[in-house]
Design a protein around this ligand. Structure first.
Ligand code: HEC
Ligand code: HEC
Length: 429
């Protein structure tokens, strides 16, 4: 159980950019054009190891699996409806995020079921570490427990992208298959069967378990393709490489983003090079920031239903950890400017709304939360007993009625900065 969650300047605290500068670790020519870190099986869980040990009669190359994985990612045959592929929700034109402003995307057998959560971008996930409940960051000398970190999805419940790929395939809200085996049975009869045999050997469908491994492996390897999933082609990357400048507004926005007394965004969404690695704008930690309840979600019509992230009910192994209720994994902010559904429940649809929430959640709570018996019902998407888990570090934590943490002009500049994080190939809104 993490001991304290309050009173610390952000749960994370590798010290942010200031610590890097203090350590003399300014950006040098040596870091330029350094390839981004590549995930290795060694960073993954023990179950992952047995997964990688699986044998096929033909040894598939990574290049072949990438090509087949790309076809599978766009293949509607993966869904029970035959009308939905991974790309339906994770659209490459929007950095593998949602193509529209729906809080959650429609899926299920007849494509009529609204899911529970907003679709995350699949870009820049290549360094997501496996989930751990107690994270100790080697960059922090006092050895403090940084609490839970890592894992895939908003609640970190899948440890690898192949574990993760199982989830949408069988989720009743998404591809709605009765089992992963049912998917490979369909693939065996479909147009991609010959491709599977060519890549993994003629007997790939002989055992369903092996065919499932082949399918998940291809999807996983495709999602590690640098040009598709981590191109580092934004203007901010060019700026970090010393190849482009930022406008004065963008530069000011970055300074506010980093400033511990103003935006303090970088305390959870690190923005600077760290040991030569380009920033992902998340430290993969978890936090409760008290996002308002999205009353438009069908699941929320039940007043007793609360999506509390780490402590359940979607994730089921930490339900006896009340201190984790309300905690969601900090999302990266690359390409966030092209999203039109923000936070785990998609409650906001513009960056202006998100910024307004960050700077005025505590100073003007009535703007974001409903009233109950005349009182503003702050943090209304958590049962009352768990609201104490919500973070109060800057930009939060100001007195009701005090000025917001950032002015309108400052918000504009932070948004201008966030717009520099959009990759070159992604559609601008
Ligand atoms: C109906 C929409 C939908 C479809 C189709 C879909 N996903 Fe997702 N995906 C989601 C949602 C929603 C989440 C977040 C789930 C959560 O947090 O519980 C997600 C999460 C993920 C994640 C984790 C991202 C992270 O930030 O850790 C990966 C990886 C992923 N999906 C890959 C896939 C693959 C591969 C396919 C096709 C086999 C697929 N998805 C199909 C909606 C979809
Ligand atoms: C205490 C840690 C923390 C701080 C400080 C913080 N964030 Fe976040 N941020 C989070 C978490 C956690 C989420 C996901 C919350 C959820 O969905 O419930 C998030 C989500 C977001 C999202 C939505 C992304 C998406 O894909 O839906 C944006 C945009 C964002 N933050 C920007 C900012 C900006 C800008 C600042 C500074 C003004 C900031 N954050 C400060 C932790 C933090």
């Amino acid at each position: 159980m993490p001991t304290d969650r309050k009173g610390r300047p952000g749960r994370r605290g590798w010290g942010g950019p200031t610590a890097l500068l203090a350590a003399g670790l300014t950006f040098s020519a040596a870091c330029r054009d350094q390839p981004p870190p590549v995930p290795t099986p060694a960073t993954q869980s023990a179950t992952a190891k047995s997964f990688y040990a699986d044998h096929f009669s033909r040894r598939a190359t990574a290049a072949e699996m990438t090509v087949l994985g790309r076809e599978l990612f766009f293949a509607p045959q993966l869904s029970l409806s035959g009308r939905m592929s991974c790309a339906t929700c994770h659209d490459p034109a929007f950095a593998y995020g949602p193509p529209n402003d729906r809080a959650t995307q429609l899926g299920g057998p007849d494509l009529g079921s609204a899911g529970l959560r907003a679709v995350p971008s699949l870009r820049y996930l290549q360094t997501v570490p496996a989930f751990e409940e107690h994270h100790f960051d080697e960059a922090i000398e006092d050895g403090t427990d940084q609490g839970p970190s890592g894992g895939h999805t908003w609640d970190g419940r899948a440890n690898t992208t192949h574990d993760q790929a199982r989830l949408p395939l069988t989720s009743p809200f998404e591809m709605a298959n009765p089992s992963v085996e049912a998917v490979v049975a369909r693939l065996e009869k479909g147009p991609l069967a010959a491709r599977f045999r060519a890549v993994f050997g003629d007997d790939v469908f002989a055992e369903p378990a092996r065919a499932v491994t082949a399918l998940l492996k291809c999807l996983e390897i495709f999602q590690q393709s640098p040009q598709d999933f981590y191109p580092y082609s934004s203007r901010y990357d060019a700026y970090l490489r010393g190849q482009a400048g930022l406008t004065p507004a963008e530069q000011h926005g970055l300074a506010l983003f980093d400033d511990p007394k103003k935006g303090n965004c970088a305390s959870c969404h690190p923005s600077q090079l760290r040991k030569g690695a380009f920033p992902q704008f998340t430290d993969f930690g978890f936090n409760a920031i008290g996002v308002p309840r999205n009353r438009a979600l069908p699941a929320n019509q039940d007043p007793g239903h609360f999506d509390m992230g780490l402590c359940g009910p979607v994730r089921i192994d930490l339900t006896d950890h009340p201190a984790y209720c309300g905690f969601f994994r900090v999302p990266g902010l690359r390409n966030t400017a092209v999203r039109r559904a923000f936070f785990h429940n998609g409650v906001f649809h513009t960056l202006e709304q998100v910024m307004d929430f960050y700077v005025a959640r505590d100073t003007n709570a009535g703007k974001f939360y409903p009233r109950r018996q005349g009182q503003v019902d702050a943090f209304d998407d958590l049962p009352a007993e768990h609201r104490k888990n919500v973070n109060h570090d800057p930009p939060f934590g100001r007195q009701a009625g005090a000025p917001a943490a950032l002015t309108k002009g400052e918000i504009r500049d932070v948004i201008a900065f966030l717009n520099t994080l959009t990759d070159a190939d992604v559609k601008r809104r």
